[in-house]
Design a protein around this ligand. Structure first.
Ligand code: NAD
Ligand code: UFG
Length: 332
């Protein structure tokens, strides 16, 4: 059975392709390589010893997407393709709305035309804005503080409207918390070209001395040690949830949202100390001002995903830190 994975050469997409192939699915990738490299396709093949069909191009390109669906009998789609840098989205909102929303509209139009009405969408914990209490459940109020987050919220709405208009659709909205880690092989992982925005890629670059020092954005939050608390989840656990979501949408019609996290909150200082201990490296840091738009703490109640998808995260924080560093050591 063929699954189309948009954004399949990206960080989460590549790990999901591996899990799909390991579970007997065939994989077709469409990616414009705006934030990933072609060699990832070979690495996915090397890990799984399976073939993958790759189309280099834009999901916003309707001619291309029609060609993909004409040439492949696609059973379901996982839609990762999107731009994801919060800060950049504030500076270039039109780019984010155009890319993230247009790609989804084009994809869904072509899916409709080919009678393929099963989609898993990459949403984000960012749709909860600043949560009033913790852990976060799926029925908490939704809001966003930046254009990136708005694209996620709008797309969730678009997909819900689509289901309302046509009950043959099966749609899973997966709200990721903070993915880190990498595949054990060290062949795929996250390696941003620019200065990283996110904590783990930044720590890794400080540990390898590519960057001098980690800036910790505030130690005066109302958290266990004053630094921000997040729900870090191993990317392989996250990838496995996509296989469960595919099984679910192949089985049942409807539209539903699922939190994907571990349920544990770790502070920035805890992550830094764990990374140092597990990898035996130094990570110099300094405390600086809060980053605008950051929230104090965020972690998931993922019991709904357990109940409906039969999925729970299994990997612990030590393994996440070790795998993140292993990938970068092999890919410096
Ligand atoms: P990523 O940048 O590594 O992967 C996204 C991929 O999509 C890249 O390979 C990029 O080249 C491709 N792409 C972007 N726009 C495209 C387009 N119009 N056509 C074709 N390809 C396109 O990001 P990721 O971390 O793997 O994230 C995957 C998805 O999960 C994104 O939608 C992201 O917003 C969402 N998400 C990520 C996080 C996170 O912290 N990594 C958290 C929540 C949600
Ligand atoms: N942090 C630092 N220094 C850094 C980077 C981050 O102290 O150099 C802190 C932040 O202040 C925060 C924590 O580390 O307390 C995590 O920050 P990240 O940037 O790694 O992650 P966020 O939770 O801010 O945001 C991420 C993604 C969003 C997504 C959200 C929820 O970037 O796109 O998780 O899924 F919406």
């Amino acid at each position: 059975m063929k699954i189309l994975v948009t954004g399949g050469t990206g960080y989460i997409g590549s790990h999901t392709c591996v899990e799909l192939l390991d579970n007997g699915y065939e994989v077709v990738i469409v990616d414009n390589l705006s934030n990933s490299k072609r060699e990832v396709v070979d690495h996915i093949k090397e890990i799984t010893k399976k073939d993958v069909r790759f189309y280099e191009g834009d999901v916003c390109d309707k001619t291309l997407m029609t060609k993909v669906f004409t040439e492949n009998d696609i059973a379901a789609v996982i839609h990762f393709a999107g731009l994801k840098a919060v800060g950049e989205s504030v500076k270039k909102p039109l780019l984010y709305y155009r890319n993230n929303i247009d790609s989804t509209l084009t994809l869904c139009e072509v899916m409709s035309e080919f009678g393929c009405k099963k989609i898993v969408f990459s949403s984000s914990a960012t749709v909860y804005g600043s949560p009033k209490s913790l852990p976060i459940k799926e029925d908490f109020p939704l809001s966003t503080t930046n254009p990136y987050g708005s694209t996620k919220l709008y797309i969730e709405g678009i997909l819900r409207d689509l289901y309302t208009s046509d009950n043959e659709w099966s749609i899973a909205l997966l709200r990721y918390f903070n993915p880190i880690g990498a595949h054990k092989s060290g062949l795929i992982g996250e390696n941003p070209n620019d200065v990283p925005n996110n904590l783990m890629p930044y720590i890794v670059k400080v540990a390898t001395k590519e960057l001098e020092i980690l800036n910790i954005y505030g130690n005066d939050y109302d958290t266990k040690d004053g630094t921000g608390v997040r729900d870090y989840i191993h990317v392989v656990d996250l990838a496995k949830a996509h296989v469960k979501a595919i099984e679910k949408i192949l089985r049942d019609r409807g539209v539903d949202a699922y939190n994907l996290g571990t349920g544990h909150g770790y502070s920035v200082l805890e992550i830094v100390e764990t990374f140092k201990r597990v990898n035996g490296v130094d990570v110099p840091y300094r405390i600086v001002d809060r980053r605008p738009g950051d929230i104090a703490a965020c972690y998931a109640d993922s019991s709904y995903a357990k109940e409906k998808l039969g999925w729970t995260a299994e990997k612990e924080i030590d393994e996440m830190c070790a795998d993140s560093f292993n990938f970068i050591k092999k890919n410096r």
